[in-house]
Design a protein around this ligand. Sequence first.
Ligand code: COA
Length: 344
Amino acid sequence: MNKKPRLPWLLPMFPTIRRPNMTQFSPLVGVRMTGSGAATPERILTNDQLAQMVETNDDWIRSRTGIRERRLVSNSRESVASLATLAAQRAIAQAGITAEDLDLIILATSTTDDLFGTATQVQARLGAQRAVAFDLVAACSGFVFGLVTASQYIHTGAFRNVLLIGADVLSRWVDWGDRRTCILFGDGAGAVVLQAGDRNQILGWELRSDGQGHGLLNIAYSTEQQRFEPITMNGQEVYRFAVRCVPDVIAKALHRAEHAIGEVDWLILHQANQRIIDAVVDRLHLPPERAISNMATYGNTSAASIPIALAEWVDSGKILPGHLIVASGFGAGLSWGAVVWRWG
Ligand code: COA
């Protein structure tokens, strides 16, 4: 049978469908970020306690990283799913919606409870019956990659209410005898609610990958051992990569958003190392007080670090509706990216 193409004669009725150069700047539907929440484990591990486990000391860790303590899952009730669910409940409450309103749940994590995915467990725990749920893996860039992904579903009109969670329990994957890595990481979760709106508040973004640097930071599967190995990292190279690439990606995202660095109210960098934050702030010529930092109390919580920092600054009334925020995630992959948005 000779089938006629059905779409072309419909296109004049929907001119936006034909627009071949549709970019992030001309979304069909606007996106607003309307809620945020965070959850961290109860147990605290201080630098002094770490110094009893490996040859290190509080001075060394503070001066090289800015970290004083971190929070670690410590019992069978605490997991990626439990922390993600708690952070999500707080974000949903702040947005003034219910779990049943959610259309989509994206869980950014690299430390899943189950290799088949953890997002559906979170969906069940929340009672978000209508929502489709999946995991997204992009290491410490997970929240930023997830924010861009989630926004696309809303921009296209496919979904109206999206929950994005960044949650990681890297403590499960750290070699607690390796002082070069075990001092850095902590566990936690942060979440945001994104909703369709008349005005678009997700203003610009830039995402990057470079698989050539894949070997610099890994939790690799060993075919010999038939299991995943603990985290391995080339600290100096990762440091150099972050300081070189992050200012560039932030500048590009701001350019796309048509904003200058001087207009930014808050910079939320992935909380990896205070020295990285200081170097990036310096290169961007940003007043240091606009750079959010809470790694002293949480360490590097991977995909959770940006949304935890966001939720804390929103809850303490420092981030206000209309404030211009730029966030940048970076890490294993290598992957890195930045997003510019207005809160609320
Ligand atoms: N305590 C005390 N000494 C330590 C130590 C620790 N926890 N870890 C390493 N050292 C020692 C090293 O053995 C080395 O000793 P040596 O000179 O006798 O060999 C010395 O300190 C310097 O080691 P180096 O690796 O050069 O330190 P550094 O200045 O690069 O700092 C990091 C190490 C990990 C803090 C730093 O490289 C870093 O922060 N990198 C970025 C990591 C990151 O952010 N990763 C996540 C990205 S998502």
